[in-house]
Design a binder for this molecule. Structure first.
Ligand code: NAI
Length: 430
């Protein structure tokens, strides 16, 4: 019997085809899968994953399965699911997948419950919704680890994929509420330096253009947040000829944006100037009512941050005299003074909701980190205290080396003389 909740089994063949296409561009994960085929380091492990259900995630899930794990998957966002992938995983690969693109809030949380009902031992999360539901609704499913009193049968470790999830987990840990160890995969340099910057940078622009088919060249393009995601979006918009304005709350990052060549100001000023707006802050109401009041007729807004809270959609809805779908995935808000403002993909992650998310080549690195971290957790996770842990440096460097090799490039090896010189404080000019 096929387990899972997905749109239709008829989509499975197309999902299989697209999964194979993405897989061809994931050489690092492929090398891990090849090793695991004989080593089976995850034999008998039950993994509950709450990730964007995309072709790249399928590559990760099938790698975990090759390693011997049983995996159950649900969506980490109601709009990011690729229905054909969910069908292929459930029907063809025996991975129960609970995800339907466009699912409502109740279904979204019911699917998280479906994953927890399978009694996972390791959680893999993207945004910390799975971890938060586990702590709120099923604390009994947490193993208890070294210092606890649990039976050892339940969840003993986890991983977290994104910035917002890591922030939530650190808040839980600070309040003493986090009850098991979780590795912050997002914080590996081979994750956020590349995935957040180049992956979201490219795919957020891709989503914006697929949704609107507007010309970026010559436009004024406002990027809110100059973190890893914001830097990537700004660089790509700039490369396509837009004049980029950066809105950033941190003075150091604002200064970096200025010296990268962008105009830097606050949202009050940027609102009146922008033709496009992309938020990437992880913060709430970054574009708010006073900003809508200043925007030009025809301004287009989208969000690349994890939650759909960066643009104040309730305020925009309340201001509108009328709204309609102007184009698939683009909502028009008519204001009483005649201006029309546009919101792409309901303010949800534009790269996943209006395009296909990050290209496989970059998810190759993020998910290689996930895989190697799970392998280490399977060995050592039971002895870790609850808390948020970094990805070990050795894994980060290994992923970088493998990726570089797959690109046909190599690092400069240091000579013994150079290594000694760089490590000594006594060497001077003589
Ligand atoms: P980050 O922490 O590097 O950058 C966020 C920046 O926003 C910081 O520089 C912060 O000072 C700034 N900021 C915060 N509030 C602000 C405000 N009100 N106005 C202007 N600037 C403000 O985080 P990162 O890695 O760039 O991630 C940003 C968001 O994108 C997170 O929610 C993360 O989970 C999400 N994300 C989304 C991805 C996607 O596929 N769309 C992929 C990776 C991350």
């Amino acid at each position: 019997m096929v387990k899972g909740d997905f749109r239709s089994p008829d989509l499975a063949a197309e999902g299989e085809r697209r999964i194979a296409w993405a897989w061809a561009d994931m050489p690092v994960l492929a090398s891990i899968r090849a090793r695991w085929a004989s080593e089976k380091p995850l034999e008998g492990l039950r993994i509950g994953a709450c990730l964007h259900v995309t072709t790249e995630t399928a590559g990760l899930v099938l790698t975990l399965k090759e390693g011997g794990a049983g995996v159950v998957l649900c969506a980490s966002n109601p709009l990011s699911t690729q229905d054909d992938v969910a069908a292929a995983l459930s029907v063809l690969y025996g991975v129960p997948t609970y995800a339907v693109r466009g699912e409502d809030k109740d279904t979204y949380y019911r699917h998280i419950e479906n994953v927890l009902a399978e009694g996972p031992q390791i959680t893999m999360d993207d945004g910390a919704d799975l971890v938060s539901a586990l702590h709120r609704n099923h604390p009994d499913l947490i193993a208890g680890n070294a210092s606890g009193s649990g039976s050892g049968a339940g969840v003993f470790a986890g991983t977290e994929e994104t910035t917002t999830g890591v922030i939530r987990l650190r808040a839980m840990a600070a309040q003493g509420a986090l009850r098991y160890p979780i590795v912050a995969v997002n914080d590996a340099r081979t994750k956020h330096w590349f995935d957040n910057r180049y992956g979201t940078g490219q795919s957020a622009i891709d989503g914006l253009l697929r949704a609107t088919n507007r010309l970026l060249a010559g436009s004024v393009f406002v990027v809110a947040g100059y973190g890893w995601v914001g830097r990537g979006v700004a660089a790509r918009a700039n490369g396509m000829g837009a004049r980029v304005i950066v809105v950033e709350a941190d003075p150091l990052r604002a200064l970096e944006a200025a010296m990268d060549g962008y105009h830097v100001t606050d949202m009050d000023e940027a609102a009146a100037a922008g033709g496009f707006f992309v938020t990437a802050t992880g913060d709430v109401n970054v574009i708010d009512k006073p900003h809508f009041q200043k925007m030009r007729d025809g301004a287009i807004m989208a969000n690349a941050g994890h939650f759909n809270v960066e643009i104040n959609i309730p305020a925009l809805t309340a201001m509108a005299t009328e709204t309609r779908e102007a184009r698939q995935g683009v909502r028009e808000y008519s204001l009483s003074d005649g201006r029309r403002l546009y919101l792409v993909a309901e303010g949800r992650l534009v790269n996943l909701a209006a395009a296909e998310g990050h290209p496989a080549a970059v998810m190759d690195m993020s998910f290689a980190n996930q895989a190697l971290v799970v392998e280490q957790l399977a060995r050592e996770g039971r002895s870790l205290e609850p808390g948020v842990y970094p990805v070990p440096e050795a894994i980060d460097r290994r992923v970088a080396e493998l990726k570089l090799a797959s690109l046909g490039m190599k690092v400069q090896n240091l000579t013994p003389e150079q290594r000694k010189y760089l490590e000594s404080w006594e060497a001077g000019t003589e």
